[in-house]
Write a protein that binds this ligand. Structure first.
Ligand SMILES: [Zn+2]
Length: 245
């Protein structure tokens, strides 16, 4: 157990595409002043910076596939070592498999950290399908946006619907996500870490359930009035425009 590290708010966030996960990640980031570590965003940043990893990852991401576990763990290790992760962090998009979860457990031990809570935003498949049909993607940076968005907020590119975002392609993708996520959640359930949140309802309703879950789990967290840092004022429209330096 991490003694002398002060309070921590180390979170994992799960939810299928269309579950509203990005919106809740932004809420938690603003509320607790902890970084949102979205593995997809980190990879996009590598690509934009033109690093060696970025050049390796670009064709893999463009094909809708995942980069290797070793690369992801390496990226996450570097990220979690940064000082802004000391009070806590939200990891989103990883781990997706039990071997990845085991590798992340090992990394957490190495870094003398532990998870406080695993949030799972649960939404039925039919509702996810309804939300996802019409979603738009930037061909340049691969960010996704809700229906009706005119251009990419990051680079101004014209948005398009991806072939694999059409309803007939979305259903199997959601089913695969859910199928893969169940054993990972079971992995964390064994440690009593998982809080399942009903992902229906308004953003405010879902946010308050998430906060109840997080505050209940993090025994050493400060009461809400003591949270000094508040990253308010950053636009969170649609939850899709998170900036990654
Ligand atoms: Zn873009």
């Amino acid at each position: 157990m991490g003694r002398g590290v002060g309070w921590g708010m180390n979170l994992l966030l799960y939810g299928a595409p269309g579950s509203g996960k990005g919106t809740q990640a932004n809420m938690l980031r603003a509320r607790f002043g902890i970084p949102h570590i979205a593995t997809g965003d980190m990879l996009r940043a590598e690509i934009q910076a033109g690093t060696e990893l970025g050049r390796k990852a670009q064709p893999i991401l463009a094909a809708g596939q995942y980069v290797s576990d070793d690369i992801m763990i390496g990226i996450i290790r570097n990220r979690l070592r940064r000082p802004d992760c000391e009070p806590g962090f939200i990891i989103d998009g990883f781990p997706r498999t039990v071997p990845q979860a085991n590798a992340l457990d090992t990394l957490m031990v190495e870094l003398r950290k532990r998870f406080d809570c695993v949030i799972y935003l649960k939404v039925e498949v039919d509702e996810l399908l309804r939300r996802l049909s019409g979603r738009l993607v930037c061909p340049q940076c691969q960010r996704t946006f809700p229906p009706g968005t005119r251009a990419c907020t990051a680079d101004g590119s014209e948005l398009a619907q991806r072939e694999d975002d059409k309803p007939e392609a979305v259903r199997p993708r959601i089913e695969i996500y859910l199928e893969k996520t169940v054993p990972v959640l079971d992995h964390y359930r064994a440690s009593g870490l998982v809080s399942e949140i009903d992902g229906r309802g308004t953003i405010e309703e879902i946010s308050s359930q998430v906060l109840v879950a997080v505050n209940g789990r993090s025994s050493s967290s400060p009461r809400s009035g003591e949270v000094a840092r508040s990253a308010g004022g950053t636009g969170t429209a649609g939850g899709a425009g998170k900036k990654t330096a």
